[in-house]
Every structure is written in structure tokens, then in C-alpha cells.
Design a protein around this ligand. Structure first.
Ligand code: GCB
Length: 592
């Protein structure tokens, strides 16, 4: 065994400083069904510092050791309550000019009071999103760490909370090859606590999971209920109530779980009539109440059905971003995006390339838009790496568990544009199987690449998907547009194909010849050719052009792009419509 030299200093010489935080991963297993629960928000101003050298972790700042063993005061490198403040939720990149491209650790801390209401109450801390990795400390205790920038995580804090509390969160957003996504993407790498942080109080035995959706193939007349409870009382009764339907059904739990089918004929949710019911579920003293829509989304042959009727998915892709707030997009901004999608005659959006806030699906439920939700298995992540797989799978399950009661969500996507290698095939097939097992009421898909040499749709993953997503940029990255016709002619898929991306860049207001790149005229001509071609292909059952509005992208450096991906149908602040917007709007108006 190697011994440490006598003058080894644990703070400055110990490169294994992260080891003491390993082994407490926070995963989908600790999620709490929280839709419709009263929570206490810890949002607002938090003290913050960038911590490029990871001093908080190397020196255990969370222990707040202010004196040495003999009680002599120590010189401290931190001063929690006198640091500057930033808002939670927000992205640090937009808090200050100096932080714009910052990719490392940031330390958030605040104090808060807590009043116990009764002896049996249990409390969970929920962090809506921390990009990308978080380590959470409460009252000098390390509570665990979470990977993945876009999904919520939950930690039980019942025994750690006191009347006065100090929370400290290390959030770290280094781009790394073994993460999901890896270090190379086509969007901006925001960092920070950019969704709400909240406390959730539940009963001693509480409802942990609650799933209630229409059962597929039941003639729209049966609801499937699945729930689990956690706590000492595992064999009690739960009650499902939907007042508007006159429904009150009692179900009996066994060993903490129940699954039941309930005959009932609700009015069906659809984009033209996004009917939602207030659904209440009670177990002992614990209860949940959420607005749920009931619908059936199915695939048969090359057709897509909603509530038994053939539909086309008239969509648009969208990142979770605004110029002002980065990823900490507000409800008003989501509503604005969805209104623009409706103006484009859409009934559907592809939420690319990672889970957007859960508010998006709640709003889509209300506004009547169908959604594709995706995890950031993007380009060439470390498909050979088992820990990368576990991270991807956990993000997938956190997304599914979070949103599986949302009628608007019709497709789970397991990734985007991944080359068809052996390792990728195995990795993504596992994800498909996991998604299907977790929720068989939706279609599973992925945005695939086509074979650019033989010009054919032949991705091996496609055989395991319900719907094949295809990204194609003919007329842009490959200027030879004739290849698109060949690709479609050479392919005869036995399932529906969605064109998950096509498009080209244009700077709003920049006009010129149709052959001049980055003009609105070039983009318009490209859209005209694309929709004219795709509209004739019988197996194409949905389209989501890339993209609703321009988004920040450090890869894009020419003066027209100016660090934005300019493939939007609107500019980045959505004040300027580009010509292609109207091409798409008119196409969707008549596409049937
Ligand atoms: C793609 C990617 C998307 C990019 C887009 C582009 O295929 O899926 O993330 O932003 O192309 O603009 O190149």
C-alpha cells in the first residue's frame, strides 16, 4: 500500500477528493409523485460563487469549520452569506457577462426556516434541474449527487431538517465525453440551478408513484391505474376520484403496490378539444390531485392514430431556450412558443434534445398540442461505457416517470443522430426496451440517420422502434437535393416515418438570391422544395422542421450566424418571422 508522505496536505495534494462523495447517487428510484401537491418553494435569491478549482469539495466548505482543534479561528476562503446573489431558478451564464462561457463548478447556498407540522410528516427536497451534475449538502451533511442536466431529483430530508437550515449545492457543467450528452453538441452549454427547488411534505406513508391513463385497445372505455406507496402501511386502500365522471373507486394495495383497470368512458383528449379531468387519488392521509387527459395514441402499419382516427403530426422542433433566460424558460415563454406553433398550423412539437421543464407538457395538455420528448443521447456519446448507459437510462426513466400522466406526450425518443455501430445498437436497443417496459401506452422512437451512401432508410435500430424518426438536410449540408427523392424511392418502411428534422439557416431580414446561403430567400426555396417532396411520400406521417426560432450555438461563428444556429423560422427573440415560416404554415394548412 502506498503511504502518504508526511507533508501530504489533504486539501492541496489529494487528487482523489471526489472519492468521498461517490456512492450516493440520486436516481429515479427516489422520485416522488408530486403533481398537484402543495410545495414550499425555495426559489429566490441564493448566494453564489463560481468555484473553478472545486475548493468547496476539496476543503469541505459544507462543514463550515471556522476554528481549528484548539478553537483558534481559521482563515476562510469562503463567506457564504456575503457572496453575491443570483436567482434560483436561472442559468449562471446570464447572471453576469464573465460567467457567459463558464463551464465548471458553481456553489449555491442559502438559509431557510422549517416548521414541523406533525410528528409523522416526511419531507423531500426536490431540485427541478441542475446542469449537469449536482452534489447536495444540508446542515453539514452530504445527501447525494445527481447526473443529468434536465430531469428532477428528490432526496428525503425528514431527519436532516431543523428549524434553521443551510443548504449548499455544488452544480458542475463541464462538458465531458462520457456524459449524456457528451462534450460535443449543437447547442449552448448552460449551467446552474435553472428550475425550481422545493420542499414537499408528505404523510408517513405516502403515494410515491401514480399512473392513470387510458388503456390501449380497450375501446376508450378502461382506465389503467398503477400506484405505489412508501412507508410502514403498505397494505391499505387507495381511492381514485374523478368527480366530473361520477367515479369513486377503491383499490387495495399489496406490499405497497396496486394495479387496476377501471371501466369508465371519459370524453377523449385531442388537440381540438384538450379535455382534462381533475383526478384525485387518496391513500390514508396522503392525497394527490392532478389534471389528466385521456386519449389513445397508436400505430398500425405506416399509420398513426389518435383515438382511433388517422392523423398526421404537423410539428415543429424547439429547444428549451430564450435569449433572456437561457434554459430557465418561463411559463409565459412556453405559452408564446406554443402559440407560435399553433399559428404555424401545428398540432405537435418535438421538444429537442433533452427533457424540457415538466411545465411544457402541462401547458401542452391544456393548449392541445402533442409532444415528442427526448433524452440527450446525442451524436456519438460513449456507447461502450456502462456508466454512460446507466446515466442515459436514469434520465430516460426520470423523464418517463415525471410526464407519463400527460396526454400531450405521445412519443418517447431515445436519442438523436447516432451512427449505426454495434455498441450504439446494443445501447439504444436497451433504452428502447426500458422505455417500453416503463410505459407501453406511447410510441417509442429516435431521430435516426439515413444511409448516405446507398440513400436508404436502413438504421438497424428502426426494427425496434414504433415510429422511425429521420433527420435529413438535403438542400443544405448536402446541396444535392435529388438525393432526397432517391432516399424516399429506395425506402419502403413498414412503419410510420417522421421527418424529425430538415432545414437550413437564414438570418432574419437578410435577403438576396435563392442560391445565397443565409438569406431568407434561400431558406424559403429550400422549404418549398422539401415540403413539395415530402408531401408526396405516403409513409411520412409527421414532420418537425428544424427549428421554431434561432438558438445560441457556440459552433456557429460566421457573421450571419454570430454564435446562433440560424435555422429558426423566427429570429432568436421571436420578433421577426422569416419567409419560410409562411411556406410551412401554408403547407400544414392543406396537408392531409
Ligand atoms: C442536426 C441536429 C441538431 C442540429 C442541426 C443543425 O441534425 O440534430 O441538433 O442543431 O442538425 O442545425 O445542424
Amino acid at each position: 500500500m502506498q503511504t502518504k508522505p508526511k507533508n501530504f496536505d489533504a486539501v492541496i495534494h489529494n487528487e482523489a477528493y471526489l472519492d468521498r462523495y461517490a456512492g450516493q447517487p440520486i436516481t429515479h428510484e427516489s422520485m416522488v409523485s408530486d403533481a398537484g401537491r402543495q410545495t414550499e418553494l425555495l426559489s429566490g435569491q441564493w448566494n453564489f460563487t463560481v468555484d473553478q478549482y472545486d475548493m468547496a469539495l476539496r476543503s469541505d466548505w459544507h462543514l463550515e469549520e471556522t476554528v481549528d482543534q484548539s478553537g483558534r479561528p481559521l482563515p476562510l476562503d469562503y463567506d457564504f452569506d456575503r457572496w453575491e446573489t443570483v436567482a434560483v431558478p436561472s442559468c449562471w451564464n446570464l447572471a453576469r457577462r464573465e460567467y457567459f462561457y463558464y463551464e465548471s463548478s458553481g456553489i449555491y447556498t442559502r438559509t431557510f426556516g422549517y416548521e414541523k407540522q406533525n410528528q409523522d410528516q416526511r419531507v423531500f427536497l426536490k431540485i427541478g434541474a441542475a446542469a449537469y451534475h449536482a452534489k447536495v449538502f444540508l446542515n453539514k451533511k452530504f445527501l447525494g449527487s445527481h447526473d443529468g442536466a434536465s430531469t428532477p431529483f428528490y432526496i428525503e430530508v425528514t431527519d436532516t431538517l431543523e428549524a434553521g437550515n443551510r443548504i449548499m449545492v455544488n452544480v458542475e457543467n463541464r462538458r465531458q465525453p462520457d456524459r449524456v450528452p457528451m462534450h460535443n453538441t449543437d447547442w449552448f452549454n448552460y449551467g446552474g440551478l435553472y428550475r425550481d427547488v422545493e420542499l414537499i411534505r408528505v404523510s408517513a406513508t405516502y403515494i410515491k408513484e401514480f399512473y392513470c391513463q387510458l388503456k390501449k385497445g380497450s375501446g376508450f372505455a378502461t382506465m389503467e391505474l398503477r400506484a405505489s406507496v412508501d412507508g410502514i402501511d403498505q397494505n391499505g386502500q387507495g381511492t381514485l376520484e374523478i368527480e366530473e365522471l361520477g367515479l369513486r373507486q377503491t383499490v387495495t394495495f399489496q406490499d405497497g403496490e396496486v394495479s387496476a383497470e377501471i371501466m369508465v368512458k371519459p370524453e377523449l383528449w385531442r388537440p381540438e378539444n384538450p379535455k382534462l379531468y381533475q383526478v384525485k387519488f387518496t391513500y390514508g392521509n396522503d392525497s394527490l390531485e392532478e389534471a389528466i387527459g385521456f386519449r389513445e395514441f397508436a400505430v398500425k402499419g405506416t399509420d398513426v392514430y389518435l383515438n382511433g382516427e388517422k392523423i398526421l403530426l404537423k410539428g415543429i422542433a424547439c429547444h428549451e431556450e430564450s435569449v433572456l433566460n437561457g434554459k430557465a424558460i418561463t411559463e409565459e415563454e412556453i405559452i408564446e412558443n406554443f402559440k407560435l406553433a399553433k399559428e404555424l398550423n401545428c398540432n405537435y412539437l418535438r421538444l429537442a434534445h433533452y427533457p424540457h421543464t415538466e411545465k411544457a407538457a402541462q401547458i401542452a395538455d391544456r393548449m392541445g398540442l402533442m409532444l415528442w420528448e427526448e433524452i440527450p443521447v446525442y451524436w456519438s456519446i460513449a456507447f461502450e461505457n456502462e456508466s454512460t448507459y446507466r446515466d442515459a437510462e436514469n434520465q430516460l426513466l426520470e423523464m418517463i416517470k415525471r410526464d407519463r400522466n400527460r396526454a400531450s406526450v405521445v412519443i418517447w425518443s431515445v436519442g438523436n443522430e447516432n451512427a449505426d455501430t454495434e455498441a450504439r445498437y446494443t445501447f439504444m436497443k436497451r433504452l428502447v426496451d426500458t422505455a417500453r417496459q416503463a410505459d407501453n401506452s406511447r410510441a417509442i422512437s429516435a431521430a435516426c440517420l439515413n444511409d448516405k451512401i446507398d440513400l436508404i432508410i436502413n438504421d438497424r435500430l428502426a426494427q425496434h422502434l414504433d415510429i422511425i424518426g429521420i433527420n435529413q438536410y438535403y438542400g443544405w449540408y448536402d446541396p444535392d437535393f435529388s438525393k432526397l427523392e432517391k432516399l424516399f424511392a429506395n425506402s419502403s418502411p413498414d412503419k410510420p416515418v417522421l421527418i424529425t428534422e430538415f432545414g437550413g439557416g437564414a438570418r432574419a431580414g437578410h435577403r438576396g438570391g435563392v442560391d445565397e446561403y443565409f438569406t431568407e430567400d434561400n431558406q424559403r426555396a429550400l422549404y418549398q422544395k422539401q415540403v413539395e417532396t415530402m408531401g408526396r411520400i405516403p409513409y411520412i406521417k409527421g414532420i418537425s422542421p428544424w427549428i421554431l426560432y434561432d438558438f445560441r450555438c457556440p459552433r456557429r461563428t460566421n457573421p450571419q450566424q454570430a454564435h446562433y444556429n440560424r435555422k429558426g423560422l423566427l429570429n432568436e427573440d421571436k420578433t421577426l418571422y422569416k419567409e419560410a415560416f409562411y411556406v410551412m404554415r401554408d403547407f400544414y394548412q392543406q396537408w392531409q
